[in-house]
Structures are given as structure tokens and as C-alpha cells.
Ligand binder design. Structure first.
Ligand code: ZN
Length: 439
């Protein structure tokens, strides 16, 4: 039954993308209005027409609590067709066989916070390293034209278009600046009409405009996520936010009102104030105090997705780097995320793309997984946060994020066992997108 049901979703999805504006809310027959996001490059991603059998793998399907040892998975025509214990699944005669000895098979990684920023070939780096879907939270859609024209393999590109900010914006090149509700409506018309599969809000957008954005986005089935810093996270979630980007976004919700207000005014006067200002603030945050308890409860109650992106804030004292404020601030950020994950806040994984100081080029996603493990997060939980939970955040869980019959075959093969050691995530052996090997 389940298999028929999943298959139905996938068929419905293909029907929708083939015959209508991919990002419009669709009325599903006999069901509530349901939106599923579409990658901007879906027409450019080849679809498999072969049968491939993974035999004897350790299977992490994205849903189960523990891996299934010695499993077999059959992929047919780009979709996952059959799953079972090796021996119980019949291997089709025409199948390409992949010997799974010593290998872990899992869903392709999904990145909720990927910046391209014109670093050429970076998206190709990512897909080769196992990140099969990325969401870029703040870049004009046309920024990807060059990469899309190279013909090189790319991950599925879920784009928000430029983020929404108020003047003077922090990043004028990546931003749509709005000043009132009428300008918000105009910007939203543009974004919805140009392939945005989510909306991203930035620092300065006022609470009233955040609500306006969320109302319009939700009427079109689009999720909204934000980099806050100067707006109280609770108030922004009450205004309608579905997700929060960056651990630093919740700083002002964890200090006294006076401290938050001073930081806010400093930043309103000068965007650059955030750089040292937030570190000063995080140095003093009591992550085990009452404010932290209450915020954690609030985020759980509202089921808010939270992308910590610890990577860009990581700091180590070494060589010339001797900033003890940055060191303590980062420790507090990591401790707070440790508490959030333990309490089951909906933590998801975002890499921040190329801008991560201690990650090797192309490996910032895997580095983020390591940092989450250092907060005490269980490896299976990290893998779910990087697959099925991110699929839910991106609204693509109908077809991606887990290994289940009927879903699209975005798969990665890993040498070793990332449940025992998260560092094994670096041992990417093979990547498959839509049932086709990524070269
Ligand atoms: Zn970012």
C-alpha cells in the first residue's frame, strides 16, 4: 500500500512539473492544497533508464533508527524500485550490479544553506562529494546561468532568489530591498514568478513586513526562512517564519531586553557592527539559563526548522589567531546547539558553501556534520537532519530525502560506517542522481 502511495506522489509530481508552472500551488485531487518545491534545473538533470542493483550494502534509509545490514536495493528508470534483505530481493538479469561489501548506501545529502557566490564549479564539487540537492538562500536565479550552461553535473538547485532586506542592505548584490508592504508585494510577485522555491528574509526586515512576507508566501505554499540577528526569534516565528538560519539569529532572544536593544540599534546604525557585536553578545550568553530553556521549548512547540551553520563561526586559537572572545562565543554557540539537538529541536544541516574557515574546499557540508557531532548529536540523527529532515524543510519529502520505493534515486555510497564514525562521510565512493552515476 505504502509503495503504491509513494509512487502516486512521484507520478503526481512529474505530472505537475511537466504541465504547469512548477512553483505554483497545486490543487491535489481530494486533498488539501499541497506545495512541493521544484529545482530550477530539473529539466537539465538526466534521468536514468537502467536497472541498478546494490547488493549486500549497509543501508541507512533516512527513516529507520538503525542501519539494515546486508540489504539490497534495486533502482529502475531513475526511481527506487525495491528494497529488502539480500537473498530476499530478486536481482533482475539485466541489472548493473554494485557489490556493497564494506559500503554504506544512504540518501543523497541535502544542503539547506548553500552559497554559490560565483565560486566557479563549486556546485559541481558539492554534488561529486555527495550533496545532491542544495538550497541557496539569497542569490539571484540568473547567478547560476554559467554553471547550468557548463554541462557539468550539478546538484538539484532550489533557489530563493535574492533575500528580502530593508535599506541599507548588508549585501546589496544579493538582496531585494523593500520599504513597505506595497514593495513587499511587488518583490514577492517577482520572486514567485521567477522560480523561488522558498523565501529568505534578512536582518533588517521589520516584524510587520516579515508577517506580510509570510502571509503571501504561505498563500502560495512557499516556506519562509530568515537570517535574523536584530529581530527577536520568537516574534519572527510568531509572524510566520518556518525556519531560522544561523545560530547567531537567536542571540538577541537569549540576552536581556536592554542588551538586545543596544545591539539592535548599533546594527541599525551600521551593518558591520554585527561582526564584533554578536561575538561580544554570545560570549556572555548563558546557554544553560532560563532564556535558553524557554527558547528551546518555544522552537519545539512551533516545530521551527533551525539551520545552525556552525562552520562559519568556528574559531581556533592558533598561530596569529588569539581572539579569546571569538573562541568563547563559538563554544557557547556549539553548547546551545548541543542543547537544542538533545531536546529535539528540528536541527537541519546547512554548509554555508565556500565560506567556512576550517573546511577543505568542497567539504564544508561534511565539516558541518562533524561540528554537529562535536555538540553531542548522535550520528544517525545528523544523517536524518541532512536527508529526510532537510527534505521536509525544503518541501521535497514526497520524492527525496529517504530510500523508499517510488522515490527518486539520489543516492550515495560511502566506504565505511558513518554511524560509528561521522568522519566516514568524507569517504564518498559513488554518487547517483536520478538513477544516473555522477562522473
Ligand atoms: Zn548565509
Amino acid at each position: 500500500m505504502k509503495r503504491v502511495f509513494t509512487g502516486l506522489w512521484v507520478c503526481t509530481y512529474f505530472l505537475i512539473i511537466s504541465c504547469s508552472n512548477p512553483n505554483k500551488t497545486e490543487q491535489f485531487p481530494d486533498q488539501e492544497i499541497k506545495f512541493f518545491a521544484t529545482e530550477i534545473n530539473h529539466k537539465e538533470i538526466p534521468s536514468g533508464d537502467k536497472t541498478i542493483a546494490f547488493v549486500g550494502v549497509s543501508l541507512i534509509n533516512g527513516i529507520a533508527e538503525s542501519p539494515v545490514k546486508n540489504a539490497s536495493v534495486i533502482v529502475r528508470n531513475g526511481l527506487i524500485d525495491e528494497i529488502g534483505e539480500t537473498g530476499a530481493v530478486e536481482i533482475p538479469e539485466d541489472a548493473e550490479i554494485v557489490n556493497g561489501e564494506g559500503l554504506t548506501l544512504m540518501p543523497g545529502l541535502i544542503d539547506a544553506h548553500f552559497h554559490y557566490d560565483y565560486v566557479k564549479h563549486f556546485p559541481t564539487n558539492f554534488v561529486r562529494n555527495g550533496v545532491t540537492s542544495v538550497r541557496d538562500p539569497g542569490q539571484w536565479v540568473e547567478a547560476y546561468d554559467f554553471e547550468r550552461q557548463t554541462g557539468d553535473p550539478l546538484p538539484r538547485l532550489f533557489l530563493t532568489g535574492p533575500h528580502l532586506d530593508m535599506p541599507p542592505p548588508t549585501w546589496p548584490n544579493d538582496c531585494y530591498a523593500v520599504r513597505d508592504k506595497a514593495e513587499v508585494r511587488e518583490a514577492m510577485d517577482y520572486l514567485i514568478g521567477h522560480g523561488s522555491s522558498a523565501i529568505k528574509i534578512y536582518h533588517r526586515l521589520s516584524l510587520g513586513l516579515i508577517k506580510e512576507v509570510c502571509d503571501i508566501a504561505h498563500a502560495h505554499g512557499l516556506p519562509v526562512t530568515a537570517h535574523l540577528e536584530i529581530t527577536d526569534a520568537r516574534q519572527a516565528v510568531l509572524a510566520g517564519l518556518d525556519g531560522i538560519e544561523h545560530v547567531t539569529s537567536v542571540g538577541t532572544a537569549l540576552v536581556s531586553r536592554k542588551r538586545a536593544e543596544v545591539f539592535r540599534q548599533n546594527m541599525m546604525a551600521n551593518n558591520d557592527e554585527r561582526k564584533s557585536g554578536r561575538l561580544e553578545m554570545w560570549k556572555d550568553i548563558d546557554v544553560f539559563g532560563k532564556e535558553a530553556d524557554s527558547l528551546i521549548k518555544f522552537l519545539i512547540k512551533h516545530q521551527t526548522f533551525f539551520t545552525p551553520t556552525l562552520g562559519p563561526y568556528e574559531y581556533r586559537i592558533e598561530g596569529e589567531k588569539k581572539d579569546s572572545i571569538a573562541l568563547i562565543a563559538f563554544q557557547h554557540m556549539a553548547d546551545f546547539i548541543g542543547r537544542c539537538q538533545k531536546a529535539d529541536v528540528r536541527i537541519v544541516v546547512g554548509s554555508h558553501g565556500p565560506w567556512v574557515p576550517y573546511a577543505e574546499k568542497g567539504w564544508s557540508y561534511h565539516h558541518e556534520m562533524e561540528l554537529l557531532a562535536k555538540t553531542g548529536m548522535d550520528n544517525m540523527k545528523i544523517i536524518k537532519a541532512s536527508t529526510i529532515e532537510n527534505a521536509r524543510f525544503l518541501k521535497i519529502e514526497n520524492r527525496l530525502g529517504s530510500i523508499e520505493p517510488g522515490k527518486q534515486a539520489d543516492l550515495i555510497l560511502i566506504e565505511g560506517d558513518p554511524i560509528t564514525d561521522i568522519k566516514d562521510m568524507y569517504n564518498i565512493k559513488k554518487v547517483m542522481l536520478n538513477g544516473v552515476w555522477v562522473d
